[in-house]
Write a protein that binds this ligand. Structure first.
Ligand code: DX5
Ligand code: ZN
Length: 231
């Protein structure tokens, strides 16, 4: 059963920030009440875009104490877990569609002392995470096709959010269900209502207006959605 006291966290995605002023973006997010930062790592192979690697994660780590959620949109996450852990990533999120063995990724991440998230792209069923579901600290449901910020939210993924939340609730676990892609105040309400607890927000935080005001609007939205979820 959904709980009104469940912790709801906002994680601005730095992919939407000005890379030439990343320190300012980190400071603004922190001052605006962000609960974590989301860092999108892309290899130009698993997704048709390139972003950044461990050096940038380390540079962000040096500027903030916020938890760093590292989203590995790369073909061989297993190979890079150590590097992103050393760089200061707190949660290492891999894609179940990648080439690495999910069980091995989870085992290795936990051996490093890192939290681990399993991500599924919009077409991937939640069942693809079955072999590792019970060991995950976060289930990340992609609500856009991975690769770019600023895309439109795909509402068809919401039943997966609901199913993941129900499965965690049934097991008495409070791992996060994370929603990533196209999150605005309007879509955040729906994701929270479906049971998401961790909200990755790129353009809705950094593209327009004030980071602090944008975060306040998103905070109100997720709280409203979570309230609606309470029977
Ligand atoms: C997309 C990334 C997302 C993206 C979110 O591949 O995983 O984290 O940066 O950006 P918005 O919120 O603009 O969709
Ligand atoms: Zn992401």
């Amino acid at each position: 059963m959904p709980s009104p006291t469940r912790r709801l966290r906002l994680a601005p995605s730095l992919l939407s920030a000005d890379f030439a002023a990343l320190g300012d973006a980190v400071r603004a997010a922190e001052a605006g009440g962000a609960d974590a930062l989301h860092l999108d790592v892309m290899d130009g192979h698993f997704v048709p875009n390139l972003s950044f690697g461990p050096a940038l994660v380390a540079a962000v780590r040096a500027r903030t104490r916020l938890p760093l959620d590292v989203h590995l949109m790369i073909s061989d996450p297993l190979r890079y877990l150590d590097a992103f852990h050393r760089a200061g990533g707190d949660t290492l999120v891999f894609h179940v569609e990648s080439d690495s063995d999910p069980a091995e990724v989870v085992r290795r991440a936990h051996a490093l002392g890192s939290a681990v998230g399993g991500a599924i792209s919009p077409e991937t069923p939640l069942a693809a995470l079955d072999p590792v579901f019970d060991a995950l600290d976060q289930v990340l449901v992609m609500s856009v096709h991975p690769g770019f910020s600023g895309q439109e939210f795909l509402p068809d993924v919401l039943p997966k959010v609901r199913a993941a939340r129900e499965r965690l609730d049934r097991a008495g676990r409070n791992a996060d269900v994370s929603i990533d892609g196209g999150i605005t105040a309007a879509t955040a309400v729906r994701a929270a209502e479906a049971g998401a607890t961790f909200f990755v927000c790129g353009n809705s935080v950094f593209a327009h207006g004030s980071v602090g005001e944008n975060l306040r609007r998103l905070r109100a939205a997720v709280e409203e959605g979570a309230q609606r979820a309470v029977p």
